[in-house]
Design a protein around this ligand. Structure first.
Ligand SMILES: [Zn+2]
Length: 183
């Protein structure tokens, strides 16, 4: 085993959760079994009985609003590299969604934002891996900058949003909701 740092391989991550084969507790084989009382098939460990419930992972992000303009970043990593979205990422275990949204914004664009309100919870049926909690946030004092994850960062007025280059359907829907609120 190497103790070298690693980078996330998006293609491997997306084999989870449907591709899971062994129990995360005892490494026993997982079998598809009908579970009572819901009567639906789930993956159950043949050794210890652990039920591996599948569900979307929670992502949290911010629309940082400054003088009627929204902060977007051009993605430097897969998926949807080169397209625009807002700062955000997976909520860690032990973290609240608002903490995750602020942490990801600091990591990706170097700005300490202040969460103001929840905008909405977004999900794309074609991409069941994640559900995205989106917050409206006030900008920090820092000038937003680039990172590995954000190769370009800028504020957009609603009329200037590059709709043909938006990364995700959930990004699209959150931006539409913000514009409807602001309008
Ligand atoms: Zn097990």
């Amino acid at each position: 085993m190497s103790n070298q740092p690693v980078r996330v391989n998006h293609h491997v991550q997306h084999r989870y959760p449907l591709g899971i084969r062994f129990c995360p507790l005892c490494a026993g084989r997982l079998e598809d079994r009908i579970l009572l009382p819901d009567g639906r098939e789930h993956k159950v460990c043949a050794e210890c009985g652990f039920v591996h419930f599948l569900g979307p992972k929670l992502v949290a992000g911010c629309l940082v609003i400054d003088a009627g303009r929204v902060l977007l970043l051009r993605r430097g990593i897969e998926p949807e590299v080169g397209k625009w979205t807002f700062p955000g990422g997976f909520v860690d275990f032990g973290e609240t969604p608002t903490q995750a949204a602020m942490r990801e914004t600091l990591e990706e664009v170097g700005m300490r934002v202040r969460i103001q309100r929840h905008l909405g919870l977004y999900a794309d049926p074609a991409n069941p891996h994640a559900a995205v909690a989106v917050y409206l946030a006030a900008p920090g004092a820092e000038i937003p900058g680039v990172s590995d994850e954000a190769i370009e960062v800028r504020f957009f007025a609603p009329a200037d949003i590059p709709w043909d280059e938006i990364a995700f359907r959930t990004t699209h829907e959150a931006l539409r909701d913000w514009i409807a609120l602001a309008g």
